[in-house]
Design a binder for this molecule. Structure first.
Ligand code: HEC
Length: 434
């Protein structure tokens, strides 16, 4: 018998469990700190909207069990969009990758160890609160529009402020990006701030002419898809619909600001986009009443008489709303397809889910968009403030709402066919290289 071989084998066996242990358990220093930096610290740091700060091991460690729960249930990061159905190619997708979720869970289950502090990454830098998020990429906005000043009281019910202000736009231009910025002081009480353009008709009356921007707590700026033009009309007014919900802090003379980034002067629309891009608001049901301790489902439908490309989907429900989906029904074949679904709706968070270029749903003329909303007015809904109430559609936070904002690029038949052909070519190409 060869003794050296036996000894060698023996010591390898003795080492094995220690090595395996190290590999099985992620540590804060090596893996977890990077996941937290990239996905959580933007909100979980001093002065931001997250209720606690996650900038060091000492700050994160006590929350490990709660982090495990929130991450496993996909409640944090707050981005309510189902991972197993519909289009999954999204821009600015806040969802954690499954492998990162697995790492966080394994770390908590291993006792949330620090590991080797020398492996900690350097601290990450973030843009300050109350400043344009898109500025990092696009610089300061080209044009800004402010709402008329308004005093937000410290306490009270929902407040609506709907001033109309001149847009200050003297020349029609294509918009590249828009962002709505609540003031730093009223950051916590500005729940929604929507704005739309008004232009004068032939009789001199001011009429709505397209959405400018929607902001809801937690939302970032929005970029117009590559090659498309969303027009900012000249000599227009801007109508605001701002919803404040007092959060204990009075703010005098508050103003919400919209920033617009323009395309270059010589910007040319792509041929396939013969018309402008519009934001369309689809109701998921209008005249409904949810009974006390009851559940309900409502639907809304819409079809266009020309082909369209859907660029983004932003569901909006209130406290009894628990889920929403957007489907398409093709009357010619009878086929139905889920495009997007949010089945763990949380009214505290609103996102415009923007489809990645090349993956936006393309709908032929006459295809029907079906928006479905589900409501739960029972005590099982953890966000339900009062299951004894009848709840109808309305504007207050305690009323229900049910709609989605959908960014639509209007196409002609040629543009539609060209886009379909481009995608077929791409998919064949990727099949060939597989
Ligand atoms: C866009 C901002 C934002 C991001 C990104 C974010 N959070 Fe949060 N988080 C919040 C806010 C605001 C709350 C409190 C309100 C709520 O629960 O919705 C919260 C609550 C929590 C809570 C529960 C606190 C409690 O007392 O119930 C945990 C745990 C948490 N976040 C962990 C994380 C982790 C882990 C990540 C990253 C993987 C993350 N969050 C990413 C904003 C954010």
């Amino acid at each position: 018998m060869n003794t050296t071989k036996v000894i060698g084998l023996f010591s390898a066996l003795a080492l094995a469990p220690a090595l395996a242990g190290a590999a099985e358990h992620p540590t804060y220093a090596k893996e977890v700190s990077r996941i937290i930096q990239d996905n959580c610290q933007i909100c979980h740091q001093p002065g931001q909207i997250g209720p606690m700060s996650f900038t060091s091991y000492e700050e994160v460690r006590p929350w490990a069990p709660l982090i495990r729960m929130k991450v496993a249930e996909r409640e944090m990061p707050p981005y309510q969009y189902d991972a197993d159905i519909g289009v999954q190619h999204l821009k600015n997708d806040w969802r954690l990758k499954q492998e990162d979720i697995d790492t966080l869970l394994a770390w908590v289950d291993a006792g949330a160890p620090l590991g080797n502090p020398e492996e900690l990454p350097p601290p990450k830098e973030f843009p300050p609160v109350g400043e344009w998020r898109l500025a990092a990429e696009l610089g300061p906005p080209d044009h800004i529009i402010k709402s008329t000043a308004w005093d937000v009281p410290a306490k009270g019910q929902d407040l609506w402020w709907e001033p109309e202000v001149p847009s200050g736009i003297t020349e029609a231009r294509c918009i590249k990006a828009v962002e709505t910025l609540p003031s730093k002081a009223a950051h916590g009480s500005t729940h929604h701030a929507n704005s739309h353009f008004l232009t004068q008709d032939e009789n001199g009356n001011w009429v709505p002419s397209g959405r400018l921007s929607e902001y809801a707590y937690g939302k970032l700026g929005e970029k117009v898809p590559e090659g498309a033009c969303r027009t900012a009309p000249a000599n227009s007014m801007v109508g605001w619909s701002i919803h404040y919900y007092p959060d204990g802090k009075a703010v005098a003379d508050d103003q919400v600001t919209v920033g617009i980034w323009y395309q270059d002067e010589d910007f040319k629309k792509e041929e396939a986009y013969p018309q402008d891009l519009t934001l369309y608001m689809l109701q998921g049901g209008d005249d409904y009443l949810i009974p006390p301790h009851g559940k309900l489902m409502t639907q809304g439908f819409h079809s266009f008489d020309h082909p369209v490309r859907l660029d983004s989907w932003q569901p909006h429900l209130h406290l009894r709303g628990v889920a929403m989906s957007m489907e398409v029904f093709y009357p010619e074949t009878g086929r139905r397809e889920v495009l997007s679904q949010a089945s763990n709706w949380n009214a505290g968070w609103n996102h415009s889910h923007t489809y990645e270029d090349g993956y936006q749903p393309l709908l032929p003329a006459g295809a029907t968009i079906i928006l479905t909303a589900w409501y739960d007015n029972t005590a099982d809904n953890p966000r339900n403030p009062d299951p004894d109430q009848w709840v109808g559609a309305g504007q207050r936070t305690t009323d229900e709402m049910s709609h989605a904002w959908i960014a639509v690029t209007h196409l002609d038949e040629d543009g539609y066919e060209k886009m379909l052909a481009d995608r077929e070519q791409r998919d064949q190409r990727s099949m060939a290289t597989r």
